[in-house]
Ligand binder design. Structure first.
Ligand code: DQA
Length: 152
């Protein structure tokens, strides 16, 4: 691993960005978010690998496989944020600095979105900035990794 390498994981229903509740999530597609993230990573001398799955098991597997392959993880687990102890355990298991990302601000929405099962395994959370949340989280994570911030 020469450049810092970041794995970006998006969970259920995020493949529908662009058509999914645009008043909440905007009209940008996940492919466009991934392209913007790749550009931002290049400008910051980093590499980013972006993946999406609707299946919890895929996400758990990818987090496990990140060990030795990526320095940091950005994760928007979609609705699995609120339910998945398996993703929490996977992040704890690999101990790779991880930032929780959301387009919307879950705390300002339905009460069931206020509990994040993964937050306690993450070093930080970026939420509520729409598609920009991904890029802001990337900048924060790379900065923390380079400064050797505690938890990173
Ligand atoms: C989301 C917020 C979650 O509550 C929701 O289930 C999603 C998207 C977001 O990016 O704002 O699928 O993670």
């Amino acid at each position: 691993m020469s450049n810092l390498s970041i794995l970006c994981i998006s969970g259920p229903n995020l493949q529908l960005l662009g058509v999914r509740e645009p008043s909440i999530y905007g009209t940008i597609t996940l492919d466009e978010i991934h392209a913007a993230l790749a550009g931002a990573a290049q400008a910051l001398n980093a590499d980013v690998v972006c993946r999406q799955s609707n299946h919890e098991g895929d996400i758990v597997t990818w987090i496990g496989e990140a060990l030795g392959n990526h320095h940091g993880i950005l994760i928007n687990p979609g609705a699995l944020t609120h339910t998945s102890i398996a993703i929490y355990d996977a992040i704890k298991a690999v101990a790779i600095p991880t930032v929780e990302v959301h387009l919307s601000n879950p705390d300002a929405r339905e009460s069931f979105r206020r509990r994040s099962r993964i937050a306690a395994a993450c070093m930080a959370r970026v939420a509520g900035f729409g598609d920009q949340s991904y890029q802001l989280a990337l900048e924060g994570l790379l900065g923390a990794l380079r400064r050797n911030v505690k938890n990173a």
